[in-house]
Unconditional design. Structure first.
Length: 123
């Protein structure tokens, strides 16, 4: 497994023991390096590091990918979400779509429920 670095812009400035690396007389606090991280889609070792990155680059990232300048709307056409009921426990679930606006429900098979591409929403 390959190691990767935390992308936090100030990770090396948090002076924890695990960040202190190097030989005696030549020690430095270093950016954390792991096979995986829990935060920010696996890019950050902590919420602090994720927040540091956002504070430094968030505005640029939002401008790059498109800043909202008007509200988005959840309409009947795209308000379908998958849900399920427990009827008789874990092995007897009933799956359905429910429209968050109209409250209409439509039955789903388990295969359709598990298929992340299956939707009633218009795209
Ligand atoms: Zn970090």
């Amino acid at each position: 497994m390959s190691l990767k670095y935390c992308q936090g812009t100030s990770c090396h400035q948090y002076t924890t023991k695990d960040r202190l690396r190097g030989n005696k007389g030549n020690k430095t606090f270093q950016t954390r390096r792991r096979t995986s991280f829990y935060y920010g889609k696996g890019n950050f070792c902590s919420l602090n590091c994720q927040n540091d990155w956002f504070n430094d680059f968030g505005n640029k990232a939002i401008d790059h990918f498109g800043r909202l300048t008007e509200p988005k709307h959840l309409t009947e056409e795209n308000a379908w979400v998958k849900d399920y009921d427990y009827r008789g426990g874990m092995n007897d679930r009933s799956f359905y779509f429910v429209n968050k606006i109209t409250k209409e429900q439509r039955p789903l098979t388990q295969e359709q429920f598990n298929d992340n591409n299956y939707t009633l929403n218009e795209r």
